[in-house]
Each structure stands twice: as structure tokens, then as C-alpha cells.
Design a protein around this ligand. Structure first.
Ligand code: G3H
Ligand code: 13P
Ligand code: NA
Ligand code: ZN
Length: 308
């Protein structure tokens, strides 16, 4: 069943968080839906512009619709992640999304407000909710690389005005996380003092945490033992930080990197351990199973298990 993230957020605020996971492949869609149904947990399926370029928007939506039939008890929302106006308006017109993100966070405050407001006006005509972003995450967002030194935390003094002017339904904030497997290379984890100030100025307003992957060191080691060459300085958001952020109004935790690391580990081990095989179904099945296991643990950590 498709549910608006607005309803998810009203229910979870301050108590638990909804994982929002980026999907690119059929195995990921299967693993996500089967885990959500098994855990009786709400989740958000995210589609990025990169995923649309890879699989095609029609393919992604068709896979999601098929998964919803295979797992009829799954309770989920479909979200356009890191869109510009073109992606957002296309998503709104398609009627396939309950939620869109307009990411104008690299623009000036004024332009961010203007661009976000235009998307909100269209989206709200169809009861589609809008996630906006204020502040700039360091690291890599799709093909865009921003130097660590240009990273800008969200300014708490701006959040109230931004939300009032734009009418957005949730706010992605830059409070120390970044995308990818090398978070916190120069920083000190999540800045809870900033999150607290944001919450004081936006009480009960849903906050989104991008860059929510844990980057489990054990996965990195397994990948490297199977021929990978990932830098062991890789690091992510700790389980303690994730759990702590929920009390500060974080309702949606974005995850992509962890599922890519899992894919890499499963496939590298398959090639290393069974060099005589050449069947994509075999590692594919392992990946779906490992993905499901990963998500079941994530639902537990976020407190989302049993919430539907
Ligand atoms: O929306 C997410 C971007 O595609 C970045 O994800 O940091 O896992 O590469 P990533
Ligand atoms: P990770 O790189 O931590 O998985 O973050 C993903 C994300 O924020 C997608 O929008
Ligand atoms: Na998003
Ligand atoms: Zn993101």
C-alpha cells in the first residue's frame, strides 16, 4: 500500500525514523519490499536521476509496482531523490510518486526559496509532498563533487524563514553527514547542537538526514579480502548517532552506499569463491537475501519494525 510520507512523519516524529533507500536494480527492489513486509515496517523507495538514467523511469516504476503485488502487505512511499525541476515536475505529472525532493541547496538562499516554492505549488495541487534541502553536504551527490572545504552546515537561523516561504513538507539538513563511503574524513560526526537549534526553531517539523549509511567496516574488509581496493579509512554514521538523531526530529534516513557495498561484497565473494560459475541468478539471490537481512536490522535500529 502506498502511503504519503506526510502520514509517516506525523506518526513517527520523535519516536522512530523511516529508512529511505535508493534503488537501481530489481534485486534491490525485491530485497527492500520483502524486508518491509516481513518487518511490518514502513519504508520509502527512492529514485535518483542517476537511477532513471540507468534503468529508465518506466522500468523503475514498473519494478516497484510489481514488487507491491508480490508483497501486498508492504507499506511504502515512492520518492524522487535529489531532483531538479525537470525531474520533480516529471515525477509530479506521472502520478507515480507520493513525494519529490527539489535539491537547490547549492544555490543562494533566495534562489533555493524560489525554486523550491515553484515545485511545492505544483506538487501540493496533487497532494504530493516536497522535501527541500538547506545547507550543503560534503562529499559526492551523484556526479557532483563538492570539496570538503566548501561544505556548509545548515544555518539554524534560516530554517524557519525557509520553511515558511517555501511551504515545503520536510527539510534535509547538512549537520555533518555526507554521501558515499568516506564520511567524516575531516569532521566530527553529526553536529547535535545544530540539530537541536533547528528543532527549537521548527518544532514538530520533519527533518531528513542524507548520507545515512553506516559503512560497516566489516563489509569493507570483506570486499578488500575478495579483491577490492577500498580505502579502509571509510566510515559512516554510527548506530548510536542515528538513534540519537530521532529525538531531534529526524524522521527520514537516506541510505544508498550501504546497499552498494553489500552488492560489491556479495559479487566479489561469488567470483572469488566460485570462479567456475557464470550465472547471475546465484549472486543475485544471495544479494536479495543479504539486502533483506540488512534492512531487517535497519528497521530494528530505527524503531520502525512493527509500525504498520
Ligand atoms: O542520492 C544519492 C546519491 O546518488 C548519492 O548516493 O552517496 O550512495 O553515492 P551515494
Ligand atoms: P549514503 O551515501 O550515506 O548512503 O546517503 C544516501 C543519500 O543521502 C541519498 O539521498
Ligand atoms: Na531525498
Ligand atoms: Zn542524499
Amino acid at each position: 500500500m502506498q502511503v504519503s510520507p506526510k502520514i509517516f512523519y506525523e506518526h513517527c516524529y520523535g519516536r522512530y525514523a523511516i529508512p529511505a533507500v535508493n534503488v537501481f536494480t530489481m534485486e534491490q527492489v525485491l530485497g527492500l519490499f520483502s524486508s518491509g513486509e516481513k518487518a511490518n515496517a514502513p519504508f520509502i523507495v527512492q529514485i535518483t536521476p542517476a537511477a532513471r538514467n540507468y534503468a529508465g523511469p518506466e522500468m523503475l516504476i514498473a519494478m516497484i509496482k510489481a514488487a507491491a503485488k508480490i508483497f501486498p502487505k508492504a507499506v511504502y512511499a515512492v520518492h524522487m531523490d535529489h531532483g531538479n525541476e525537470e525531474h520533480a515536475f516529471d515525477a509530479i505529472l506521472s502520478n507515480d510518486y507520493q513525494s519529490v525532493m527539489i535539491d537547490a541547496s547549492h544555490d543562494s538562499f533566495k534562489d533555493n526559496v524560489k525554486r523550491t516554492k515553484a515545485v511545492v505549488e505544483e506538487a501540493h495541487k496533487k497532494n504530493i509532498v516536497v522535501e527541500a534541502e538547506l545547507g550543503v553536504l560534503s562529499g559526492v551527490e551523484d556526479d557532483l563533487s563538492i570539496d570538503e572545504k566548501y561544505a556548509k552546515y545548515t544555518q539554524p537561523s534560516e530554517v524557519q524563514e525557509f520553511v515558511e516561504l517555501t511551504g515545503c513538507d520536510s527539510l534535509a539538513v547538512a549537520v555533518g553527514t555526507s554521501h558515499g563511503a568516506y564520511k567524516f574524513s575531516g569532521g566530527d560526526g553529526i553536529q547535535f547542537s545544530i540539530l537541536e537549534e533547528i528543532q527549537n526553531r521548527l518544532p514538530q517539523f520533519p527533518i531528513v538526514l542524507h548520507g545515512g549509511s553506516a559503512v560497516n567496516l566489516e563489509e569493507i574488509e570483506r570486499i578488500n579480502k575478495a579483491g577490492g581496493q577500498l580505502n579502509e579509512g571509510a566510515s559512516g554514521v554510527s548506530p548510536e548517532e542515528i538513534v540519537k538523531s530521532i529525538a531531534y526530529g529526524v524522521c527520514k534516513i537516506n541510505i544508498a552506499t550501504d546497499t552498494r557495498l553489500l552488492w560489491t561484497r556479495v559479487h566479489r565473494e561469488f567470483f572469488r569463491d566460485t570462479p567456475e560459475l557464470f550465472d547471475p541468478v546465484i549472486p543475485g539471490k544471495t544479494y536479495v537475501a543479504e539486502y533483506e537481512k540488512f534492512m531487517l536490522q535497519k528497521f530494528d535500529l530505527l524503531g520502525a519494525t512493527g509500525k504498520v
